[in-house]
Ligand binder design. Structure first.
Ligand code: FAD
Ligand code: DHB
Length: 393
């Protein structure tokens, strides 16, 4: 069908921009409720699947994946973690999630979550859409894009902006309608994926005078490791040997000794940032996930927040479209921001405890040590960490 502007036209109830975890999960939840949604994604499906990102699911996310009907592989292949280790200048501290708060997390990679959601989706996803633009957000909204040189238009009732931090949705909101809050950290994480047995049964978050390091995993035979690097470092300057040497230096001697290294199968640098845009709504556009907020990865909250947003947004949109009630969409932003700011606080705190800050000085370093020592001796402090890490309700 051609619209008046000579574009190929179609209509849907919800146009979702972005096929990351937020967009795909929203599409799935709407599909389950009988709502028609089209997803428009800038990259190819393979490109989206090739991005190695988060690895830890809060139990709320596990439950959501089950509800969405994509829990089978996660249940079979995911690793339930009952605790995590912190290490500070070589001193180890175990945080026992089960003993402290009676809950656990699931280690199951974002790539796998994305793959499962892609596989179950029945609705239309348009990959490799170029020049995606949003229109008439206050009236009768539409999304336009080009695909293979042809212009397309999707008219819709609502648009969901699930297109990540650098997407077009937040950028389409008039500047005066958004308030943004931001902290940029002067370092990033260099991550390596390797087909070797993980160094430990649990994750190890390590502070060392040379910088932070994290030992994570994807399966009993695949490991994910990170080291803090200065902002501006380039992956090309980190051959595998240099990475493994640096990681070993930041771990306690026993862990460094046990580390099994190999040829990396992926290596990338992620900058660290805290960011929130308020509110999450402009007219008929709703922002969710990284499009609205970013956390530094230290607390493993980014993916969980994205899933939490759409778990709130989906029923609100269903209510608006089926029951013609705006109660859910009117309060979506305020409700989601409550949870978002708590995760922002926790991720900022954990980043502050574990990283080396170039301008912290001797006082700042002693405060970090005191914080670790307090944590090591206070059940209340450990309980607070555990409660936030496994995910607030
Ligand atoms: P995204 O996953 O970013 O998905 C957005 C989608 O929108 C993408 O597929 C993108 O291609 C698409 N898109 C962008 N612009 C457009 C456009 N104009 N038109 C159409 N489509 C568009 N979190 C952790 O907890 N632990 C980690 O280790 C970790 N590592 C990370 C590493 C990197 C490099 C990044 C960027 C993030 C990392 N995160 C991590 C955060 C976590 O992965 C994100 O919070 C999560 O991906 C958010 O999901 P999302 O669906 O909101 O956004
Ligand atoms: C992973 C990433 C994180 O940010 C984190 O806190 C824990 C694990 C990971 O990629 O495995």
């Amino acid at each position: 069908m051609l619209d008046g502007g000579g574009k190929q036209g179609m209509r849907t109830q919800v146009a979702i921009v972005g096929a990351g975890p937020a967009g795909l999960m929203l599409g799935r939840l709407l599909e389950q409720a009988g709502i028609d949604a089209v997803i428009v994604e800038r990259k190819s499906a393979d490109y989206v699947l090739g991005r190695i990102r988060a690895g830890v699911l809060e139990w709320g996310s596990v439950d959501l994946l089950e509800r969405a009907g994509v829990g089978r592989r996660m249940r079979a292949e995911g690793l339930v973690h009952h605790g995590t280790a912190l290490s500070f200048d070589g001193d180890r501290l175990h945080i026992d999630f089960t003993g402290l708060v009676g809950r656990q997390v699931m280690v199951y990679g974002q790539t796998e979550v994305t793959r499962d959601l892609m596989a179950i989706r029945q609705g239309l996803t348009i990959y490799e859409a170029e020049e995606v633009e949003l229109h008439d957000l206050d009236g009768q909204p539409a999304v336009t894009y080009r695909k293979d040189g042809v212009a397309h238009r999707i008219d819709c009732d609502f648009i969901a902006g699930c297109d990540g931090f650098h997407g077009v949705c937040r950028a389409s909101v008039p500047q005066q309608a958004l308030t943004t809050f931001e902290r940029v950290y002067p370092f990033g994480w260099l991550g390596v994926l390797v087909d070797e047995k993980p160094v430990d049964d649990e994750l190890i978050y390590a502070h060392h005078p040379r910088g932070f390091a994290l030992c994570s995993q994807r399966s009993p035979t695949r490991s994910r490791y990170y080291v803090q690097v200065d902002a501006g470092e380039r992956v090309e300057d980190w051959p595998d040997d240099r990475f493994w040497d640096e990681l070993r230096r930041r771990l306690d001697p026993a862990t460094a000794e046990a580390l099994q290294t190999g040829a990396s199968i992926e290596k990338s640098i992620a900058p660290l940032r805290s960011f929130v845009a308020e509110p999450l709504r402009f007219g008929r556009l709703f922002l969710a996930g990284d499009a609205a907020h970013i956390v530094p990865p230290t607390g493993a909250k980014g993916l969980n927040l994205a899933l939490g947003d759409v778990a709130m947004l989906a029923p609100a949109l269903v209510e608006a479209l089926i029951e013609r009630s705006s109660a859910g969409i009117d309060t979506y932003s305020a409700r989601a921001l409550q949870r978002i700011w708590k995760a922002e606080r926790f991720s900022w705190w954990m980043t502050g405890l574990l990283h080396v800050f170039p301008d912290a000085g001797a006082f700042g370093r002693r405060i970090q040590r005191a914080e670790f020592d307090y944590l090591a001796r206070s059940r209340a402090a450990q309980q607070s960490l555990a409660e936030n890490y496994v995910g607030l309700p």
